[in-house]
Design a protein. Structure first.
Length: 193
């Protein structure tokens, strides 16, 4: 794996654990020579992971819509900053440049980005791994929701397992290396064919 898109918050969060795990994840990316592709900000969890990858000698590509360049304080020391016109362009460019996707703690934007890319995988638009770095058990309520969706038959178990979850960056990336995508989603059951 040569590049991973990271979706995460432009805030630091309530616990120091979020920033520390972001740095740990950044160190692991740099150690494995994996390029970080992310939203391009210099603040919060986003800034922490990018700063760490850069400090460790790794490559970082930031992608930011022009209207957010001042609000999210674009990072000035990236290997490359790509300024686009819209959030849609941002997500499309991140998907194009990445071989996998990881969400670190963040707010609604982080979840929206993760769910879109997860849905694309479910529909067979890509076959790249999608993961959650469950820092400080941040994503436990989301994992419970996935389980509820599966129990209530709105999410098939084989797609539920596409969300690779771990608390350790190294284990999460090891699981990415062995990821095998499920078959493409269909809307009818085999007995209906």
């Amino acid at each position: 794996m040569k590049s991973i898109a990271v979706f995460c918050g432009s805030s630091a969060g309530a616990s120091n654990v979020y920033m520390e795990n972001a740095k740990e994840f950044g160190r692991e990316l740099a150690k494995r020579n994996i390029t970080l592709v992310y939203g391009g900000a210099s603040v919060g969890v986003m800034g922490a992971v990018a700063d760490t990858v850069l400090h460790e000698g790794g490559q970082v590509i930031g992608i930011m819509p022009s209207f957010l360049e001042q609000r999210e304080i674009s990072h000035k020391r990236l290997s490359k900053l790509i300024v686009v016109d819209s959030m849609h362009e941002r997500k499309a460019k991140m998907a194009e440049l990445s071989e996998g996707f990881v969400a670190l703690p963040g707010g609604p934007g982080t979840l929206e980005e993760f769910f879109e890319i997860f849905t694309w995988a479910q529909l067979g638009l890509h076959q790249k791994p999608c993961g959650l770095l469950n820092s400080n058990h941040y994503f436990d309520p989301l994992i419970e929701l996935f389980n509820h969706m599966t129990k209530e038959q709105f999410l098939h178990e084989k797609y539920r397992s596409m969300a690779i979850v771990d608390v350790e960056p190294s284990r999460l990336l090891d699981r990415f290396d062995s990821y095998e995508p499920p078959t493409i989603k269909t809307y009818i059951k085999e007995k209906q064919i």
